[in-house]
Design a protein around this ligand. Structure first.
Ligand SMILES: Cc1ncc(COP(=O)(O)O)c(C=O)c1O
Length: 444
């Protein structure tokens, strides 16, 4: 039996009214990917304010790996609400903050003592990670990569790519930031094999440590092991190993931004675990809170301990409500059952995506790790000309048919699939069928 039940058009009359109010009350620049107005949700199933039932394949941009309203998480939050709401960890110690930090220290790779700072958003985690690295190294420069997205504060925007969508108009960016090329196998020059190309990228990276910045000036190298907004591009093991080597040789802090690709989306708690490379600091957010706002900076104790007393922290960081949620979430996310499920969901999706690539010429590439998958659309397979218009049409059609879907990619020419890992097999296949029909409709 199908889960999707549409009784009005999307958006229906009630949604339309709220969307109009949104337009009046919220600033124009406030991002909006679909016209769905949510009323309630469980797992991968969303009901809108018009009584329509839809399937969620956007998963709050990777924030809902555990699905909507996971029972253990909600129960823990309700219990915490009855005890106290917040005290500010600067004023009084919150035991749940300590417990969560202990958990994250123990599940994050690295055979060294770790410490964890809790904050409220991914942006804040990255800000803190970079500041801590600067303090530790007494240096200012930061290396980041093409296609990166690290947030929307001035520092994290400065570290981010995709100028037109994220950075336009917000200039006066932070200085001493050096952006290097990140390997993108799909868009490699034709003359290279994959291995040759990765080797070339490694050599270019080394060269830029002469041409762009001297390693002795660099505090941190920050990279998403799988680019999120950049289009789910997995950074090859060899390239991450080179970053590790450069950091070790020059006393630079290696920061892995796992905010979108972490939290068991790929079948391992951290995406970088697929490569065996161990970063010095890991930034996490999104799904570790299962919907509650929280982020974490987990790192080598000697680095994390560098700033002076009072140098880091804030009013809401480590809120017991979010920590209660995250403790339950991390327990589930790190269980074998959940990690296996992520791998299994990924296998189903990847099988279908490969079939689509064979069927539809408008698809240039399909790629992903575990349950983090993307379809890249092009006007011409040989030239790989990005097709962002077709993506908008496919998303509109898919959402109108009851599947919530969003785009990604440096050229905004990809659809990303981030359904909750707890989605049932039936729901998953139903959603994939809807997406396939939309692609078929716009295929030549
Ligand atoms: C890789 C990555 N880093 C940082 C961020 C910023 O996180 P937040 O939106 O919670 O500030 C995001 C958000 O999408 C992200 O994907």
């Amino acid at each position: 039996m199908n889960t999707i039940k549409l009784i009005t058009q999307i958006p229906g009359e009630n949604s339309f009214k709220v969307l109009n109010r949104r337009k009046e009350a919220l600033p124009n620049g406030s991002s909006l990917a679909t016209e769905i107005v949510i009323k309630s949700a469980r797992g991968a199933v969303v009901k809108d304010v018009d009584g329509n039932t839809l399937l969620d394949f956007a998963g709050g941009i990777g924030m809902l790996n555990l699905g909507h309203n996971r029972k253990e998480v909600i129960d823990a939050v309700k219990k915490q609400l009855d005890e106290y709401v917040h005290s500010c960890n600067i004023v009084m110690t919150i035991e749940k903050y300590v417990e969560l930090a202990e958990m994250l220290n123990s599940v994050t790779p690295g055979n060294f003592k770790k410490k964890t700072l809790i904050a409220n958003s991914g942006t804040e985690a990255v800000e803190n990670a970079v500041n801590i690295a600067k303090y530790f190294t007494k240096r200012n420069a930061v290396i980041c990569f093409e296609g990166a997205y690290h947030g929307r504060s001035t520092l994290t925007l400065s570290l981010s790519s995709k100028y037109s969508l994220f950075k336009r108009g917000f200039g006066g960016f932070v200085q001493d930031i050096y952006r290097m090329h990140a390997p993108n196998i799909y868009r490699k020059p034709e003359q290279f094999t994959n291995d040759e190309y990765v080797k070339y990228c490694v050599d270019k990276f080394e060269e830029s440590l002469i041409s762009h910045v001297d390693p002795s000036a660099v505090a941190a190298i920050i990279i998403e092991p799988i680019l999120g907004e950049g289009g789910f591009i997995q950074i090859p093991k060899l390239f991450l190993e080179k970053i590790r080597e450069v950091c070790d040789k020059n006393g630079i802090v290696f920061i892995a931004d796992e905010i979108q690709c972490g939290a068991s989306r790929t079948g391992k708690f951290l995406a970088i675990e697929h490569t065996g490379v161990v970063p010095d600091i890991v930034c996490m957010a999104k799904s570790i809170g299962a919907g509650f706002p929280i982020s974490a900076v987990i790192g080598k104790a000697e680095i994390m301990d560098a700033p002076h007393l009072g140098g880091i922290g804030g009013t809401y960081g480590g809120s017991p409500i979010s920590c209660a949620a995250a403790i339950e979430a991390v327990k589930i996310l790190t269980s074998k059952e959940f990690l296996d499920r992520a791998t299994y969901v990924g296998e189903i999706i990847q099988k279908r995506l490969n079939e689509w690539k064979n069927k539809f010429q408008i698809i240039g590439d399909v790629r992903g790790v575990g349950a983090m998958n993307i379809v890249e659309f092009v006007k011409d397979r040989k030239l790989k000309t990005p097709d962002m218009d077709i993506v908008l049409k496919i998303i509109k059609e898919t959402v109108s048919s009851g599947v919530i879907l969003i785009r990604a990619g440096l050229y905004s020419n990809c659809i990303r699939l981030l359904p909750p890992i707890v989605i049932t097999d039936e729901e998953l296949n139903e959603g994939l069928n809807v997406i396939e029909n939309s692609i078929k409709k716009f295929s030549i």
